[in-house]
Design a protein around this ligand. Structure first.
Ligand code: 4NP
Length: 157
């Protein structure tokens, strides 16, 4: 199988999807799984901006530097370039389904669909909440990332 190419998508591309990408890269590296990754947003609010300082802080506490990332919009071409597109919440999933071109090859799902017992659940948007919401976000995206690495790693089956 080709190397998985995995795109994580949220609304602003400054909180949840950069954290999900970071958690997934970390989990894949620990499992010895070679992957390509990126993240993107469905909204234009923060294009070109680095991740929210609260997201950078929670990643830094896990030993991961996401400060160099810049927010970008998801595009129809992403549905051909990536093998898997993971939406953080059901609104992102609806927006992605509407954007999906007829010749899409990427598999589209919610990140938490891959976590046993959490299918259909959203990673809550922490943007307007208190700082500790980012700890919950980190726990959720880490659970999703680990489950996804397990699914994509032939040697773990
Ligand atoms: P994200 O968080 O989708 O996890 O990056 C948000 C960032 C910005 C906004 C909403 C959510 N906003 O409304 O500006």
């Amino acid at each position: 199988m080709d190397k998985p190419a995995v795109l994580f998508v949220c609304l602003g591309n400054i909180c949840r999807s950069p954290l999900a990408e970071a958690a997934f890269r970390d989990a894949a590296s620990r499992a010895g799984l070679s992957v390509e990754t990126a993240s993107a947003g469905t909204g234009r609010y923060h294009l070109g901006y680095p991740p929210d300082p609260r997201a950078q802080a929670v990643a830094r506490r896990a030993g991961i530097d996401i400060s160099g990332r810049k927010a970008r919009l998801v595009t129809p071409a992403d549905f051909r370039r990536f093998t898997h597109i993971l939406a953080m919440d059901s609104a992102n999933l609806d927006d992605l389904a509407a954007l999906r071109p007829a010749d899409a090859t990427a598999e589209l799902s919610l990140l938490l669909d891959h976590v046993p017992g959490r299918a259909g659940q959203s990673v809550a948007d922490p943007y307007y909440g208190p700082d500790d919401g980012f700890e919950t976000t980190w726990a959720d995206v880490t659970a999703g990332a680990q489950a996804l690495v397990h699914r994509l790693s032939p040697q773990l089956k």
